[in-house]
Design a protein. Structure first.
Length: 136
């Protein structure tokens, strides 16, 4: 199942939205590679990109939160750390077992589903806070 970018995922922050689009593209690429039975090397490469890009995105987002003194910063960081751990675990499982149907389903839920939910619940609050601080 491919994840599609839509207006409900827009935070209004150009940097964050561009990075979210890249993450969704990376998740879709991983799901596509798994569904096509691509070799483990291809899947490992895609998973590594997803993990690396997630880390970059989270650091950028966390820098903005510190800059604008986001009040829920400690919790937001915890969400990011939990997600990074999940992606790492999935990458190790993919490397060991290959793209099993169960694992592809877990990627879909634990990575794609988590990201969409996080954007719509948490990241929109961060951007609203930043906008409020900028308008002071």
């Amino acid at each position: 199942m491919a994840f599609l970018w839509n207006k409900n995922l827009e935070t209004g922050n150009i940097l964050i939205d561009q990075q979210h689009k890249q993450l969704i593209d990376a998740i879709n690429s991983l799901l596509q590679a798994c569904s096509e039975g691509k070799g483990r090397a291809e899947i490992a490469k895609t998973t590594k990109f997803l993990y690396d890009y997630t880390q970059k995105h989270f650091r950028d987002e966390e820098n903005l939160q510190r800059q604008y003194r986001y009040p829920d910063y400690p919790n937001h960081i915890r969400y990011h750390q939990e997600f990074e751990k999940t992606v790492q675990e999935l990458a190790m499982q993919l490397q060991k077992e290959g793209p099993t149907i169960a694992l592809v389903g877990r990627i879909n839920t634990a990575v794609g589903g988590w990201l969409l939910s996080h954007i719509q619940r948490e990241d929109v609050k961060v951007v609203a806070h930043i906008k409020a601080q900028q308008n002071k």
